[in-house]
Design a protein around this ligand. Structure first.
Ligand code: PLP
Length: 383
């Protein structure tokens, strides 16, 4: 059957009908007064979502472009940076730093485990010369479904005093609280196809006052991603270059929906889905990659034993038209990942779990009590 696909991957995420309709309009001139009004509304909404008074800039990039912008605008060649690496995305930001000739120090943890804040504390405390210019943390590491302890690591960065904290909030923003002002985060990057409930194509980077101070003397090359240009334009509800006008219509609509639901309700929904999904897999006897206390609110990674992750994915795709994500890099074929980010309801969780149970039955998975996963999910969702 056509048009019945269900995305249960951690991006792109499902897009509400209302947002699709907002996007499906004829574009208008990006220098028109009409579009300027839309930009003004969108900027207000973005600040609300980031819990900040700072600039939240809109770029025509994916999330990676937003993070690259966040890194290159505030640093100079040879600057020393600490990069948290416990998954695909953490590794990526270290690669960006390498590409721009920064002195990158990787703070690693095994994939599936969280970064150890104490390692950051030791490095930062030992740096009495204040040579560390930035600490880059992936808040929710989508590749392993682990959430890192940003709040604690950030506290050590604040105690250091010099280093900027740069956060990949791509799958934490809109899923759990990332209070930019309260935590005094300097740079927060995100992307449209994740918690925003709109299609891919927009990157967002929020910039605090300390980062703008660093911007003045930062010497890495920049042009299209020069955030000063975006800041200047945003102050006039405008854009330095032609933005994807239609995606911005969609963004306005999605932010309206988020405001109507309320931040606390959005976070509670993601927490409920995280718990229900995990309870279901435990009841089905499928091991989870991340421990309960470090589990991402946006995605759950399952490391099945006695049944192939790729076979489960394949049955879900072929029989039920449900997309699940596979593993990345060395976890390829070893795990599958269920996204529960953005426009996801309790019904979606039950549907995905029911289909996974059906796949396990088809694969004659040992030790399955049919219905146990659904029962656990339903129970958890009920609260
Ligand atoms: C999706 C994602 C990104 C951005 O990836 P793009 O493909 O560039 O949008 C960055 N970090 C995390 C943690 C992500 O999940």
């Amino acid at each position: 059957m056509d048009d019945k696909q269900m995305l249960m991957i951690p991006g792109p995420t499902p897009v509400p009908e209302r947002v699709l309709q907002a996007i499906g309009k004829h574009p208008i001139g990006h220098r028109s007064g009409e579009f300027s009004t839309v930009m003004g509304e969108v900027t207000e909404g973005l600040k609300w979502l980031h819990q900040t008074q700072n600039d939240v800039l809109v770029l025509t990039t994916s999330g990676t472009g937003a993070m690259e912008a966040g890194i290159i605008n505030f640093l100079s060649p040879g600057d020393r940076v600490l990069a948290g690496c416990n998954g695909k995305f953490g590794d990526r930001w270290a690669e960006v730093c390498d590409a721009y000739g920064l002195q990158t120090e990787r703070i690693t943890a095994e994939w599936g485990k969280p970064l150890d804040p104490e390692v950051f504390r030791e490095k930062l405390e030992a740096d009495t010369e204040k040579t560390i210019k930035a600490v880059i943390i992936t808040h929710s590491e989508t590749s392993t479904a682990v959430i890192n302890d940003l709040e604690t690591i950030n506290r050590y960065v604040k105690a250091h005093g010099e280093a900027l904290i740069m956060v990949d909030a791509v799958t934490s923003l809109g899923a759990t609280s990332v209070p930019m002002d309260e935590w005094q985060l300097d740079v927060v990057g995100s992307g449209s196809q994740k918690g925003y409930m709109i299609p891919p194509g927009l990157g967002f980077v929020a910039v605090g006052p300390k980062a703008w101070e660093a911007y003045k003397t930062a010497k890495l090359p920049r042009y299209y991603l020069d955030l000063g240009k975006y800041q200047k334009a945003a102050a006039k509800n405008s854009n330095p270059f032609t933005p994807p006008v239609n995606l911005i219509f969609g963004l306005r609509s999605a932010l309206e929906m988020m405001k109507a639901e309320g931040l606390e309700s959005i976070f509670a929904r993601h927490d409920r889905h995280r718990k229900a999904t995990r309870a279901a897999f435990k009841a089905m006897g499928l091991p989870l990659l991340a421990a309960d206390d470090v589990a991402s609110p946006a995605v759950t990674a399952v490391a099945p034993v006695g049944v192939e992750a790729e076979q489960i994915r394949s049955i879900l795709k072929k029989r039920f038209d449900i997309a699940l994500a596979g593993g990345q890099d060395h976890l390829k074929g070893k795990i599958f990942r269920v996204g529960h980010l953005g426009f996801v309801s309790d019904r979606d969780i039950l549907t995905a779990i029911g289909a996974i149970e059906a796949a396990l039955q088809e694969l004659n998975y040992d030790g399955l009590t049919p219905g146990a996963g659904l029962q656990a999910a339903a129970q958890t969702l009920k609260g």
